[in-house]
Design a protein around this ligand. Structure first.
Ligand code: SF4
Length: 175
């Protein structure tokens, strides 16, 4: 059951802000795009299974079309050659969009401190939440999704039009 946003209530009415209502709807209907390249992806499969059941958070509808998803979940080692592909997928997602780096490899390159591995996907796309672990257990992935839910629920509708957000995207070469 979703928590009711803060507001004013009386007999027969409840008033709150538009930001809160839209945040409530968005945070409980996240459509993830699993970008899984290696072992962390297996933990995500467990997270989707009956025991952990990501559907409890309204996120059972995973999609493989970026245009129909709003949460990019990058799970696994990302080679430098794959970096532009991650960015392309991110660019094809409509705003508002969020990103989770799941596991040490996606967050920092993990144990692969080598010439060929991207040392964190935040070198190519802005990341909202990092999930630690090698691999993170399904509980940790669920925790990452809950952190994203917190961010989404509290996000102002104006954030995506703000100068700070535009500057963030420009720092990644995104207009
Ligand atoms: S963080 Fe560990 S488990 Fe996850 S993809 Fe990298 S090596 Fe595999």
């Amino acid at each position: 059951m979703a928590e009711m946003p803060a507001g004013h209530e009386g007999q027969g009415f409840f008033a709150t802000t538009l930001d809160s209502v839209i945040g409530l709807a968005r945070k409980n209907s996240i459509w993830p795009l699993p970008f899984a390249t290696s072992c962390c992806g297996i933990e995500f499969m467990a997270t989707m299974g009956a025991t952990y059941d990501l559907a409890r958070f309204g996120s059972e509808r995973v999609g493989f079309s970026p245009r129909q998803c709003d949460l990019l979940m990058v799970m696994g080692t990302i080679a430098k050659k794959m970096g532009p592909v991650v960015k392309q997928v991110y660019l094809q997602m409509a705003e508002p969009r969020w990103v989770i780096a799941v596991g040490a490899c996606a967050s920092s390159g993990g144990i692969f401190d080598t010439y060929s591995v991207l040392q964190g996907i935040d070198q190519v796309v802005p990341v909202d939440v990092y999930v630690p672990g090698c691999p993170p257990r399904p509980e940790a992935i669920l925790d990452g999704v809950m952190r994203i839910q917190d961010l989404i629920g509290k996000e102002s509708l104006r954030r995506r039009n703000s100068e700070q957000y535009k500057a963030l995207l420009e720092s990644y070469g995104i207009q």
